[in-house]
Design a protein around this ligand. Structure first.
Ligand code: UT7
Length: 332
């Protein structure tokens, strides 16, 4: 029997209806459309306004979109993995609730948290399960309700993040398509530069932590930017080298949408033409775990069977990496 590879066979997505534009942000904090657009590439982001709804709401909708479009029977799914930095609640995994709600009654489920690299790492997890031959259908959902951890009086962070979700299905492939190679990295130095100080086991929630606004995302943007540019470009270049891929061989760059300048720097180092660099940051901002599957969803119509896709991400922690994947289908 030929070797089993893990291919993406279906994609789904969901973003909330409410659009938070740069113009609206101008009325909330001291900022302007020109600054946001030139520094980040973002024009608007989506915000989940439904009351008492968390990340699972987004994840379920993305999964249902995938199931409907692909005609997948949820009872056949073996594993539901939710990549997220904003789970519904501590301890009880969001993925478990999502699996039950979508009818994945025979699946086990768990969350994976690696900040903005959560989805990239989850792709690696999913592929390993499939390649081992142990499981046949692994649903990977990247979902984040970033608006639940953002201080909308802090212009350093509120202009960047948005809410959204995307889902992919991994299945065995016997033609050599799917995930080919990966480079995944981490460095704990990043913990000081991008974090939520309170609410974890070091500093549990108290009246004081709430008063001090320690439950919101803090980011030292300049420092994170420097690490992101060099590390994301490094691994993307390296994965091309170790797979003997020239810039002509790469069909698409699917990079984490944190800042257009970081993506451009990565593409430049890879020598990949601008036309192959997929961008939707202008519409959604940084949706953390959802950026990669949202790109796959928005540009799925362009992909052809056999296309070489390089994924790249960089996130808090720090966590980063690159994955080389051969696309497995052409959409009719
Ligand atoms: O996804 C996970 C990983 N995260 C990232 O990859 C994000 C990495 N960092 C970034 O994308 C960028 O650092 C930011 C977009 C967050 C900030 O851009 P920057 O070019 O690094 O700006 P800065 O923080 O150096 O600020 C430049 C100036 C400052 O003013 P002065 O000191 O030069 O007078 C800021 O006070 O821009 C000011 N500024 C703003 N002005 C208008 C900061 N935020 C804003 C704002 N509107 N929203």
């Amino acid at each position: 029997m030929s070797k089993i590879t893990a291919a993406i066979t279906a994609v789904g997505a969901y973003v909330p209806d409410f659009v938070l534009t740069n113009q609206l942000l101008e009325t909330m904090v001291d900022t302007n459309d020109e600054w946001i657009t030139s520094r980040t590439g973002i024009k608007e982001r989506r915000i989940l306004k439904e009351e008492n709804q968390g990340t699972s709401f987004l994840a379920i909708k993305a999964a249902e979109d995938l199931l409907k479009k692909s005609g997948t029977n949820p009872a056949e799914i073996d594993l539901v993995l939710v990549a997220s930095a904003t789970p519904d609640m501590p301890v009880a995994a969001t993925a478990v609730y999502v699996a039950t709600k979508i009818g994945a009654v025979n699946a086990f489920a768990y969350d994976l948290q690696a900040a903005c690299s959560s989805f990239l790492y989850a792709m690696s997890n999913a592929a390993a399960y499939i390649e081992s031959g142990r499981y046949k259908k692994v649903l990977v959902i990247g979902a984040d309700k970033m608006s639940s951890i953002i201080d909308y009086t802090d212009r350093a962070t509120c202009i960047i993040f948005g809410d959204g979700a995307g889902a992919v299905l991994f299945e065995p492939n016997f033609e050599g398509l799917g995930l080919q190679d990966e480079i995944l990295r981490s460095d704990g130095i990043g913990r000081d530069y991008l974090k939520i100080e309170a609410g974890g086991s070091i500093l549990p929630a108290s009246h004081e932590t709430v008063d001090n606004k320690q439950h919101y995302v803090f980011q030292d943007g300049k420092t994170v930017f420097k690490y992101a540019v060099s590390n994301m470009a490094d691994v993307s270049e390296k994965i091309m080298q170790q797979n003997n891929l020239s810039h002509d061989d790469v069909n698409w760059l699917v990079a984490h949408q944190a800042n257009k300048r970081i993506i451009d720097a990565t593409a430049h180092r890879m020598g990949v033409d601008e036309s192959k660099v997929l961008i939707n940051i202008e519409k959604y901002g940084n949706t953390t775990s959802a950026t990669l599957p949202l790109l796959l969803h928005d540009f799925e119509h362009l992909f052809k069977k056999g296309d070489n896709i390089i994924f790249a991400s960089f996130g808090g922690g720090f966590t980063w990496g690159s994955i080389y994947l051969k696309w497995a289908y052409t959409k009719n």
